[in-house]
Design a protein. Structure first.
Length: 199
């Protein structure tokens, strides 16, 4: 039996309900945007996020280490919306993503700005620069383990003032707790750290 979006949506919603998770999806309809996913502290974040998005009928793409796309799992990863990226050097990835946004009528790219499940001192700002260059808004997605809530409930257009916009992100994510809070670093960019050190 072939997979279908309706069947996938039903199964995902049933599984989330079975395990006690609530899903909130309350942003205006939009065909193209960057979807930020945070906090990212566990291997469980991805499957839960995938189920949640399937449960609300959202098709999205995501980026992952190129090693995840090797045989025999490559075709599966791509069918789930995966886009491989080689982090070992400059590969023109940002340019590639901007070209995809410009060439498609619909495209949602999910990015975990922390870039790792381990604690980090800052978020990687690639998602922000892609949104600016592609002229698309940023949707704020979250996973909150203590409350068993996952969803997307804010959409904003980046102003170009990254430090001001990151203050908005800090406020939004301050009460969102990951599965491993000890791995959850601050919501800030590297330039803020450098500026603080210089001061």
């Amino acid at each position: 039996m072939r997979d279908s979006p309706i069947m996938r949506k039903s199964i995902a919603a049933t599984l989330l309900k079975l395990f006690g998770w609530q899903v909130s999806f309350s942003i205006p309809q939009c065909n193209k945007y960057i979807l930020v996913g945070a906090p990212h502290t566990s291997n469980w974040d991805f499957p839960l996020g995938l189920l949640a998005m399937w449960g609300v009928g959202l098709h999205f793409s995501w980026v992952g280490k190129h090693t995840l796309f090797r045989a025999p799992f490559g075709p599966l990863m791509r069918s789930l919306g995966g886009i491989p990226v080689d982090r070992s050097g400059s590969t023109g990835f940002v340019k590639k993503i901007i070209e995809i946004y410009n060439s498609r009528d619909r495209f949602v790219l999910a990015i975990a700005p922390e870039g790792t499940r381990s604690r980090t001192d800052y978020w990687k700002a690639g998602f922000y620069h892609i949104a600016i260059a592609a002229g698309v808004p940023i949707a704020l997605g979250y996973i909150d383990y203590p409350r068993k809530r996952i969803g997307i409930d804010r959409l904003f257009t980046p102003s170009g003032d990254i430090e001001a916009d990151f203050l908005l992100l800090q406020e939004y994510y301050q009460d969102k707790i990951g599965k491993h809070p000890e791995n959850q670093g601050p919501v800030r960019i590297r330039s803020v750290i450098n500026k603080t050190t210089q001061d």
